[in-house]
Design a protein around this ligand. Sequence first.
Ligand SMILES: [Zn+2]
Length: 87
Amino acid sequence: MIEIFRKMFEANPEKSTIVLNGKCSDCGHETIIEVTPTSGGFGLQGGSLFKCSPDKYIAKCLACYQSNPKIDEIKRPNSIKRKSGQE
Ligand SMILES: [Zn+2]
């Protein structure tokens, strides 16, 4: 994720803030995320971003991020638990 931000700022060196428009992966609402470089990396405002493949990321609005700060992209059928009497 940091790599993506770094590239964005390299491509726009005159900008101190990069604004990203995306759709929230949870509620589908338009999400505007502001990225600003900080001493320790990058700061996000308005939502959060998650890397989901080498150059793809998904956005989450602040409300959805606060209620579920994880990506739901990988939904594993972990509700299926193996029944075994070998325990
Ligand atoms: Zn949302």
